[in-house]
Design a binder for this molecule. Structure first.
Ligand SMILES: Cc1cc2nc3c(=O)[nH]c(=O)nc-3n(C[C@H](O)[C@H](O)[C@H](O)COP(=O)(O)OP(=O)(O)OC[C@H]3O[C@@H](n4cnc5c(N)ncnc54)[C@H](O)[C@@H]3O)c2cc1C
Length: 408
């Protein structure tokens, strides 16, 4: 197996994490990316404690991330009319983790940091403008077809890792279902260099703001303050992206007539879906290729990184200890799909409901419940451990050998 690289489809954050860990463990990789360069969209902005712990254990990325990101100690839940109703302080789990905060650092920065490391490794090859288009199973691996700018290529690999995002080609080739639903409204993400503390001085760096008509998610990354809000189905992309319309939304939210310099504006469709099986033979799904969720909770990329660490530990066992391939991949699929449904889907759906609940009495009940949780030290701690993915790591393990996994 050492003579042929593992092929990773997609040089997004999850593909880069896989390449980082496998190459550190002397497993050669070919990282194949369909675009001409790594994606520069900021997208994800939060790294949770559970993720930082894994990255510290298995990668060389953490020091650079800490240098380029900043620590958000609080998460606020607000209502547009009622104001702040729940405040959580990550420092209250300092006895559980070395990272009692959300590290605010964009996905693009994470990819850049990883690429700097990968460029220097002799067992890593990165091939841009190359798209995985097909595979055939063969003795001891797969023949993978790549569409490149120089034409079609076929490469043998012991394993194909599909880290090729929400529209994953590898998932389609694996022929698995991707059940779930798509939210009716799209979500518009806007970034501005204006300082929101000038308008709401006690704003945390991460704020979930409920409203039946126009909920808001306001958060800070090193480059900007960001604003995520819904776009109704009847509003076209063009209308939503009109600078005057964005300006009006910000004026309403921050109660001002000031003009905001916009440095980012992208519309996203939001899905909640999980693949029914995360592998087929030696072709394995990782990250968004395997599961998609609402960004409320900042869990998509984080859980994708957890997938990457889990799978890498299994591949290292397969390569170095001759562990059983089918058992390891079945255990991976079982553990990671449980996390995608029981933790990631549950947390992100709960947050989304809190933000957009239409029924006034139900909205008040959900908010009162959260106020009680935030004000009770035991419940607050449980909430923090769960939302920072420490709980899922403790309960389901990461790369836990098959004989000790729930499967047996
Ligand atoms: C607005 C927004 C905010 C978010 N905020 C957070 C957050 O704070 N925290 C969090 O954890 N998550 C967040 N997420 C989710 C996060 O962005 C995704 O979970 C993350 O991008 C998944 O990474 P990935 O590497 O699996 O897929 P991607 O980032 O989609 O990368 C896939 C890569 O594969 C390439 N590719 C596609 N097809 C092929 C092919 N056939 N062959 C080769 N290459 C291919 C693509 O070009 C791309 O580079 C957010 C998402 C959105 C939309």
């Amino acid at each position: 197996m050492d003579n042929h690289p593992v092929i990773i489809a997609g040089a997004g954050p999850v593909g880069c994490t896989l390449a980082e860990i496998l190459s550190l463990n002397d497993i050669p990789v070919l990282l194949v990316e369909k675009e001409a360069a790594p994606n520069k969209e900021w997208r994800a902005s939060t790294f949770h404690a559970g993720t930082m712990e894994l990255l510290e254990a298995d990668t060389t990325l953490v020091d650079d991330m800490l240098e380029h990101g900043f620590k958000a100690h609080h998460v606020h839940y607000r209502d547009r009319h009622r104001g702040l109703y729940a405040s959580f302080d990550f420092r209250n789990i300092a006895d559980e983790t070395n990272y009692p905060f959300r590290l605010q650092c964009s996905q693009a920065t994470y990819v850049k940091i990883a690429f700097e490391k990968l460029k220097k490794r002799s067992n890593v090859t990165v091939q841009f403008e190359s798209e995985v288009s097909h595979y055939e199973e063969t003795e001891g691996g797969l023949n993978v077809t790549l569409n490149t700018k120089d034409g079609e290529q076929t490469r043998f690999t012991p394993f194909l890792l599909g880290a090729d995002g929400g529209r994953s080609k590898v998932r389609k080739l694996n022929d698995v279902t991707f059940d779930g639903y798509t939210h009716e409204e799209r979500w518009l993400l806007v970034g501005t260099t204006a300082d929101f503390h000038d308008y709401i001085p006690d704003l945390a760096y991460v704020n979930y703001i409920s409203d039946p008509d126009e909920f808001l998610f306001i958060l800070r990354v090193p480059e900007a303050w960001r604003f995520l809000y819904p776009v109704k189905p009847e509003v076209s992309d063009e209308e939503a992206l009109d600078p005057a319309s964005i300006q009006k939304t910000m004026e309403r939210a921050l109660n001002t007539t000031d003009t905001f310099p916009i440095v980012e504006n992208t519309i996203y469709k939001i899905h909640q879906r999980v693949a029914d099986k995360f592998y087929r033979g030696r072709s394995v799904l990782v990250g968004d290729a395997a599961h998609l969720n609402s960004p409320m909770g900042g869990l998509g990329l984080n859980s994708g990184i957890h997938d990457a660490v889990d799978l890498s530990r299994r591949l290292v066992r397969i390569y170095r200890e001759g562990a059983d391939i089918e058992e390891e991949l079945a255990a991976y699929s079982q553990a990671r799909s449980t996390v995608a449904k029981k933790y990631v889907k549950a947390i992100s759906e709960k947050n989304t409901k809190l933000m957009k609940e239409q029924d006034e009495a139900e909205r008040k009940r959900l908010q009162d419940d959260l106020t009680e949780t935030a004000n009770d030290p035991v419940k607050e701690k449980e909430w923090l451990i769960n939302s920072s993915l420490i709980a899922s790591v403790k309960d389901q393990g990461i790369g836990r050998p098959p004989e000790t996994s729930e499967r047996k």
